[in-house]
Design a protein around this ligand. Structure first.
Ligand code: F6P
Length: 464
């Protein structure tokens, strides 16, 4: 193996460049050339295959900075359609033209879906990234919990979870057995969300308001769960349908006590019928991922109608429910900017491991970040098919039920045990120093922003 490709696909995270950096650093040591393919899977379907040599003479290009968020290679939601054989064959020709002996895809569950068809044409390894932390398994055979049923009058299938299987997993659950314990990008997303929550709390407190903070994560509640560090009063996760009576009771009780309430909601929270609360503004990206928006707003409407102005006026506040309850989305700030130390370090390790796996001859495999109570964090490899159910489908990882306390609507004791190894030392001294040195750098007032895209453009080459 002399020359490999690397691409970054799906939604970005703050730690992608760190992963690519780790891969290129390892490749330099092993004497491998690394070609960065631009704009994720889209590059494979573009005849010109825009690309950049990331290590001419086995030296990493300076634009590849592990401290810098986003991806210098760009990303797209383009997905690999396994049934389109002709298109895949053309993509393979393009990779051959670039003389690539292997490919690393930095991506999440959607990217992993494309790995199988690609692996039949070129050795390919996935290095994980996602802020949602939904790429992984709570326990090794979790894929067997899925039951598939045909949807009458359609060629599609519905998937549901076998409750007995989940119940068994509750009895035997061990954090050490999680496959890909945590994914780079997650810690930084939680770091940003927690900062927002703390700031929102004090303003809700002084204005006697109820604040609903919506965080990302699609149908997985990991980000919402991590927000427990911001000490919200309630956390609503997509895995547990919203029982509005329970929420109203808890909100009233908390408001009466402290005259403010802070509720964290995952963007994918659902009603008792399983319908997303944010589904009113539902749309899909090219990969078919549902774009969720408005769960917090919908919950606000529900609370407004259930509490009414009366609840607040009885307590001496006459502003009405409309101004007393407000919603804020943490939004894309969760996905951008500099990664915290934990993400940077482990992302680079996962990138390096992915290169080693290609060299070792692994294919259709994933470099994963494991945690062991004695050993701490370490990277290893896992077969890509280990993430697929009986029918070959990859499901986003949900919170294990033991992580969430349905009574308190908050993180459970096991959930706390899960979070501690990730976050206890996740911010390094250099992260603090970085804020001191850069936030109010006077140079920022004089220099306009210089986008790394302009430098990458100068290095971009095409297949023809
Ligand atoms: O999967 C990552 C993620 O940030 C989700 O948490 C969120 O729902 C989605 O991507 C948003 O995607 P986009 O920026 O493409 O709308």
């Amino acid at each position: 193996m002399k020359r490999i490709g690397i691409l970054t696909a799906g939604g970005d995270t703050p730690a992608i460049n760190a992963t690519v950096f780790g891969a290129v650093t390892r490749a330099n040591q092993l004497g491998l050339e690394v070609v960065g393919l631009l704009r994720g899977y889209e590059s494979l379907f573009d005849d010109r295959v825009p690309h950049v040599l990331l290590n001419p003479l086995f030296r990493t290009i300076p634009e590849l900075d592990p401290d810098y968020g986003g991806s210098i290679l760009g990303s797209s939601r383009k997905f690999v359609d396994a049934s389109n054989v002709a298109e895949l064959d053309r993509a393979t020709q393009r990779l051959r033209k670039l003389r690539l002996d292997g490919l690393i895809c930095v991506g999440g569950d959607g990217t992993l879906n494309g790995l199988q068809p690609l692996s039949e044409r070129i050795p390919v390894v996935l290095a994980p990234k996602t802020i949602d932390n939904d790429l992984g398994l709570n326990y090794p055979n979790e894929t067997d919990k899925w039951v598939r049923e045909a949807i009458p009058g359609s060629t599609e299938f519905a998937y549901r979870v076998n409750p007995t299987f989940v119940q068994n997993s509750m009895n035997h659950f061990q954090l050490d057995q999680m496959v890909n314990y945590v994914t780079p990008g997650y810690a930084t997303a939680v770091f940003v969300a927690v900062g927002g929550i703390r700031r929102l709390r004090t303003t809700a407190e002084s204005h006697r308001r109820i604040c609903i903070v919506e965080v990302m994560g699609r149908s997985s509640g990991f980000i919402a769960l991590g927000c427990a560090y911001g000490q919200p009063d309630l956390i609503l996760v997509p895995e547990v349908p919203v029982d509005i009576d329970q929420v109203v009771d808890r909100v009233q009780e908390t408001y009466r006590l402290q005259r403010n309430v802070l509720i964290v909601v995952g963007e994918g929270i659902v009603d008792p019928e399983g319908k997303e609360l944010g589904a009113s503004e539902r749309s899909s990206d090219p990969a078919g991922n549902v774009r969720l928006s408005g769960a917090g707003d919908r919950l606000r409407e529900m609370l407004m109608s259930r509490l009414g102005a009366r609840f607040f006026s009885d307590l001496g506040f006459n502003d009405g429910a409309d101004s007393a309850i407000f919603t804020r989305k943490v939004g894309h700030t969760q996905r951008g900017g500099r990664p915290v130390g934990f993400d940077r370090f482990h992302a680079a390790q996962l990138g390096g491991r992915a290169v080693e796996m290609l060299i070792e001859g692994q294919n259709n495999a994933v470099s994963v970040l494991q945690w062991h109570s004695q050993r701490g964090f370490y990277v290893t490899g896992y077969p890509g098919n280990g993430f697929r159910d009986t029918w070959g489908l990859i499901h986003a990882r949900s919170l294990h039920p033991s992580f969430y306390d349905r009574e308190r609507l908050h993180v459970s004791a096991v959930g706390i045990d899960y979070l501690l190894p990730i976050f206890t030392n996740c911010i390094g001294p250099e992260d603090v120093l970085y804020i001191r040195e850069t936030r109010f750098d006077s140079g920022n007032l004089y220099r306009r922003y210089h986008s790394v895209n302009t430098d990458i453009e100068k290095r971009t080459r095409y297949a023809d």
